[in-house]
Design a protein around this ligand. Structure first.
Ligand SMILES: [Cu+2]
Length: 275
C-alpha cells in the first residue's frame, strides 16, 4: 500500500467521524433539538455544566483519534487485500505508553471534578436553611429561619386530569404533572442550605436547573446548597421510585428578588398568625 493512499483513507475516515460527531453534538444547536445538559441557573450548576463539557470534548478528541486509526487499519489491512495477521504478542513500550497517557488524562479530569465535589459540600456562609421532607406523595418545606412551613402537592388541575376516565385532556392543562399548589419560594443571590429527609420511604428531591439531586431518606438528613442567579420558575420531580404516585409529586421552585421574597415572607407570616 502506497503511503499517499494510506493518508487519503485516513483523512476520509477522519472526515466521516468528525462529520458524525458534528451532527450529534453541534447540529442540534441549530435545529433547537437539544440533547445536551442545560447550564442551569446556579453557580454550582454552571460549574457542573462546564466540567461536563470539558470531559465531553476530551472524550470526543479521544474517540476521533481512536476510531480514525481503527477504521483506517481495518480498511487498509483487510484479508481480501492479501494481508496476514501480525505475529507479535507483546510490546513493553506500547503498554507503558497506553497506561501512562490515560492515567494523565484521568488525573487531569479528576482535579476539577474533585474541586466541584468539595464545593458542593461547603456550606459555609449559608444565609438561610430550608428543611425538605418527602412524603408519599408530596413535599413539606420548612423555612427554619423564617418560621414558615407548608405542604406542596400536585396542583388540583393536574390531579383532576390524571384520574382514571377523567375526560380531561392532559394537553389542556398547563405544565401537566409539573405544577404544585404551593411552590417553594426562594430568594436569588443568596446561599441557601437544604436539609433533606423523608418520613416514609426514600424519595429524591431533584430540580435540574439547580444542578443536583439529593435522596430524601427516612432517618437520615442529607445536605445540599444552592445560590440561584436568575429569578424564575424552575420545575422538577421526585427522582426515586417511591410508590404508586411517584409520578405525581412534582417540585416547583420560584426564585424571587430579595425584596419580593421579603414581601412573600411577611405575607406568609401574617397568614400563619391569622390562623
Ligand atoms: Cu417520591
Amino acid at each position: 500500500m502506497k503511503k499517499e493512499n494510506t493518508i487519503i483513507v485516513a483523512l476520509a475516515v477522519l472526515a466521516a467521524i468528525v462529520a458524525a460527531t458534528w451532527l450529534i453534538l453541534v447540529a442540534p444547536g441549530y435545529t433547537g433539538n437539544h440533547i445536551n445538559m442545560t447550564p442551569g441557573v446556579t453557580e454550582l450548576s454552571e460549574e457542573h455544566y462546564d466540567l461536563h463539557m470539558i470531559v465531553l470534548w476530551v472524550c470526543v478528541v479521544i474517540g476521533i483519534g481512536v476510531f480514525t486509526v481503527m477504521f483506517t487499519s481495518i480498511f487498509l489491512h483487510r484479508k481480501s487485500r492479501g494481508h496476514d495477521a501480525a505475529k507479535f504478542s507483546h510490546s513493553t513500550k506500547a503498554e507503558i505508553i497506553w497506561t501512562i497517557i490515560p492515567v494523565l488524562i484521568l488525573v487531569g479530569m479528576a482535579v476539577p471534578a474533585t474541586k466541584a465535589l468539595v464545593k458542593m459540600e461547603d456550606f459555609t456562609g449559608a444565609e438561610m436553611t430550608v428543611k425538605i421532607t418527602g412524603f408519599q406523595w408530596r413535599w413539606k418545606y420548612e423555612y427554619l429561619d423564617q418560621d414558615i412551613s407548608f405542604i406542596s402537592s400536585l396542583d388540583p388541575d393536574s390531579n383532576a386530569a390524571r384520574q382514571l376516565n377523567s375526560g380531561i385532556a392532559p394537553e389542556s392543562i398547563d405544565n401537566y404533572l409539573l405544577d404544585v399548589d404551593h411552590p417553594l419560594v426562594l430568594p436569588v443571590g443568596r446561599k441557601i442550605k437544604f436539609l433533606i429527609t423523608a418520613d416514609d420511604v426514600i424519595h429524591s428531591w431533584w430540580v435540574p436547573a439547580l444542578g443536583w439531586k439529593r435522596d430524601a431518606i427516612p432517618g437520615f438528613i442529607n445536605e445540599a446548597w444552592t445560590n440561584i442567579d436568575k429569578p424564575g420558575t424552575y420545575r422538577g420531580q421526585c427522582a426515586e421510585l417511591c410508590g404508586k404516585d411517584h409520578g405525581f409529586m412534582p417540585i416547583v421552585v420560584i426564585a424571587l428578588a430579595q425584596d419580593e421574597f421579603d414581601a412573600w415572607v411577611d405575607e406568609q407570616v401574617a397568614k400563619n398568625n391569622v390562623k
